[in-house]
Design a protein around this ligand. Structure first.
Ligand code: ADP
Ligand code: MG
Length: 759
């Protein structure tokens, strides 16, 4: 891993640094996330900590010589939450615990409604003045006490803890809100001039518990996508041990084992086919819906399904190295990555609860001290909002009413869920379609992309080069041209060189021994053979060397106009002939280009090939913008040029070679190569290695960010509108609590709709 290609947001373990994932319990809103993060960052030696509310985990980078995991756990516990290192067992245990916690929440909820129901009925009867209920207030208080003290016990405990830590959270708002609503009952029984809102307090708690319960369930659903991926793997494998087939649990499988896979069975791990032939359904890994033919030598991916024949496979990767494990790891990392917009949300939520407490206090005092002014303001505002009306009750009643409404309406819950739930569903949906979103930042940047720049060879074309023409100059032969060319090229690793050498061998032409080989990247190569200096490469390269090309010019023009890469051969600086090398566009390339253009994006092609060949290929694919004759080290510079001229660039290329261009681009998209998807410099990886999912990937990233935006607009907008109404006593606390529960459910539901994403 090169430092230059590392993504800044990747949870990396560099030299001398450690990283750990902690399982954190007890968080339920954005302010909890903030509390845990800052508690971790205060531990000496902790470099960075990112906490995810939805997956309930903290990813910590630290200096192992200064910080220890127990110290981090202790810090989190002191902040009022539970923590432990996340191991496989903990993960399984955490799932059981989550189920238990959900059931406990259900019980609390039932108790709350069982007691609140009768109070609600009585309250309606009492208020409608049909019946005057004697001792109604007493009865109300008697039923409300267990609702708050038993069903609401956890909420109060957490509220107290958050105050002790000087970081009041959402529980604090609910606790003070319900608490002060409750005391109005006893106060009015004591003869003070306030109406009793005790029943309202109990109902707020019941609504609160309901909202939280539904939200926890929906959150569980949002993280299912990734859990389902993990469950896809086979549980057992049939291994050949001393000529017999033995069935063993997957955990005992080793690299080098030979496994048998019958039709209909899952392939237990990544490996290479030794014998047998079959078609394998790889849709879960690559998104490719058609089964892929496998024969000896072919690579297979663990967890994909064997369909027709029996396969014998030598296992090459097990456990956390498998393709599936890597996908899951990358998706989990992306789910914890911070989308830049989140930084702003974090800043707001960090100060949100204290500010709300202050507003509630000011509201309360304002209604007590200036009741007339407040009522006048409320009446004025109500005139514009025909559905609300100002009350005329005692100042004490209105003060309590308004302050409680402020406390319960202003819950940062929806804000905390806005980004993580959308990320979770977006990345999970992508993974299921062969799209690996690896950076949170890319999701935000993708929205502003103006141009998609694709590599020619291997990205737009198959990269399987073949020699199509060999044209000698007069008084030379085809054989001579090929012999000289092959003598140099067999020392080169360039794909063009491989094609030339292969073709020469097919023509039974023997290459000569060469010495002093030197490659000139992006241009060609030279070597000495049979006492002559031989140069092989593009026309510009030979022209620079002072070779006279007039004899071959016409041939070069013709080959390039046909879209062929033209390799010239010169012996002692005398041109002997030209070799035409063709590459075929990928079958899906033209339609991918068209779809990109339909999205309003500019499409550009970048290549080291000459301009004429490049333009011919570009024309076949419908690409107007061509960056040709770009030297290998200059691709990043070319991307920069595009950024200056057009705007943000998404660069697409196969994962091989230099990463600089991918890093320079605003979004780097890599095509996967087989089971290797760990392309460090890429923000997105298209697992299938072709362009068919490119448009889907761009659309999905954009859709995910749109969800984040919608969620945030909703969560913030709702608070901005509702708080002034609450301050002026125009919002009933019950409606406020109901709206608040609906608000966070709406955010989660909105994110979940991403699962239905279609292009
Ligand atoms: P690409 O952008 O397609 O990867 P390269 O930068 O690898 O292109 O090479 C650019 C051009 O340089 C090739 O199109 C070819 O004309 C020439 N070239 C580079 N290396 C060789 C070689 N070993 N033999 C012949 N031509 C070469
Ligand atoms: Mg290349």
């Amino acid at each position: 891993m090169e430092a230059a290609t590392e993504r800044p947001d990747a949870p990396i373990a560099g030299a001398g640094s450690g990283s750990v994932v902690l399982d954190v319990r007890g968080m339920h809103c954005a302010s909890c996330v903030h509390t845990v993060e800052s508690a971790l960052k205060r531990v000496p030696g902790v470099a960075d900590a990112v906490v995810n509310l939805t997956t309930e985990e903290a990813r910590v980078r630290f200096d192992p010589t200064a910080a220890s995991i127990p110290a981090m756990v202790q810090a989190i516990e002191q902040a009022g939450y539970g923590a432990r290192e996340k191991t496989a067992e903990v993960e399984a245990q955490a799932q059981d615990e989550a189920a238990l916690a959900l059931r406990a929440a259900q019980r609390r909820l039932l108790l709350a409604w069982l007691l609140t129901g009768p109070v609600a009925v009585l309250m309606i009867i009492h208020m409608s003045h049909v019946l005057h209920l004697p001792y109604f207030e007493w009865f109300e208080v008697a039923l409300a006490v267990p609702v708050l003290a038993i069903a609401g016990a956890q909420t109060y405990r957490q509220a107290v803890r958050s105050f002790v830590n000087f970081q009041p959270n959402m529980d604090a708002l609910i606790a003070i809100g319900t608490g002060s609503a409750f005391v109005t009952g006893p106060l009015s029984l004591m003869g003070l001039p306030v109406a009793s809102y005790t029943a309202v307090g109990a109902m707020i708690m019941a609504f609160h518990l309901t909202g939280r319960y539904l939200e926890a369930r929906a959150r569980g659903r949002a993280s299912q996508a990734i859990r389902r991926l993990l469950e896809l793997g086979a549980k057992t494998a049939r291994v050949i041990r001393s000529d017999a087939e033995v069935e063993i649990p997957i955990s005992e499988l080793n690299v080098g084992d030979v496994v048998v896979i019958r039709p209909g069975e899952k392939i237990p791990a990544d490996g290479k086919v030794l014998s047998g032939a079959s078609a394998v359904d790889e849709s879960m890994a690559t998104g490719e819906s058609l089964p892929v033919e496998k024969s000896p030598g072919g690579e297979v991916i663990g967890a994909t399904v064997n369909t027709t024949g029996v396969l014998y496979v030598r296992v090459s990767r097990v456990g956390k190295d498998t393709f599936l494990a890597q996908v899951v790891k990358f998706v989990q990392e992306a789910q914890s990555a911070k989308v830049p917009i989140q930084a702003f949300v974090d800043q707001v939520t960090a100060v949100f609860v204290p500010i709300i407490l202050l507003i509630a206090l000011v509201t309360f005092l304002a209604w007590l001290v200036f009741p007339d002014a407040m009522l006048a303001m409320a009446t004025a505002l109500a005139a514009y909002l025909p559905w609300v009306h100002a009350q005329n009750a005692s100042p004490g009643t209105l003060a309590a009413f308004a302050a409680v409404a402020v406390l319960v309406i202003a819950c940062p819950c929806a804000m905390g869920l806005a980004t993580p739930t959308a990320l979770l569903v977006g990345t999970g949906t992508g993974a299921a379609r062969g799209i690996l979103i690896r950076s949170g930042e890319a999701i935000q940047t993708m929205r502003s992309i103006r141009v998609v720049c694709l590599d020619k060879t291997g990205t737009l074309t198959t990269g399987k080069l073949s020699v199509t023409d060999v044209v000698p100059v007069p008084e030379r032969t085809r054989e001579e041209v090929l012999r000289w060319a092959a003598s140099v090229e067999r020392n080169s690793e360039h794909p063009i060189a491989a094609a030339v050498v292969r073709y020469a061998a097919e023509q039974s032409i023997e290459a000569m021994d060469a010495s002093g080989f030197a490659a000139v990247p992006g241009k060609g190569a030279e070597a000495r053979a049979s006492d002559a200096v031989v140069h092989v490469g593009k026309d510009a390269y030979l022209a620079d060397l002072g070779v006279n090309l007039s004899e071959i010019r016409e041939t070069v023009d013709k080959l390039q106009a046909e879209g062929k890469t033209t390799v010239l051969v010169a012996v002692d600086r005398q041109v002997v002939g030209a070799v035409g090398v063709a590459d075929t566009p990928k079958p899906e390339a033209a339609s991918a280009v068209r779809a990109l253009k339909e999205m309003g994006l500019q499409v550009a092609m970048i290549t080291g090939d000459n301009a004429r060949t490049a333009h011919t290929v570009a024309q076949q694919l419908g690409i107007e913008r061509v960056l040709a004759d770009v030297l290998p080290g200059e691709k990043a510079e070319a991307v920069k040029q595009l950024q200056r001229e057009v705007g943000p660039v998404a660069m697409v290329r196969d994962g091989i070679n230099d990463a600089a261009a991918l890093v320079q681009a605003d979004v780097g998209i890599a095509l996967g190569t087989g089971t290797d998807i760990a392309i460090e410099s890429a923000d997105l990886t298209l697992i299938r290695g072709d362009l068919s999912t490119l448009v889907t990937a761009i659309r999905l990233s954009q859709a995910t960010f749109r969800k984040i935006q919608q969620n945030l607009v909703w969560a913030f907008g709702y608070n901005l509108l509702a708080i002034p109404l609450a301050v002026l006593g125009l919002l009933h606390p019950l409606i406020a609590e109901l709206a608040m529960a609906v608000s966070s459910l709406n955010v989660v539901g909105n994110s979940l709709r991403l699962r239905k994403f279609r292009v």
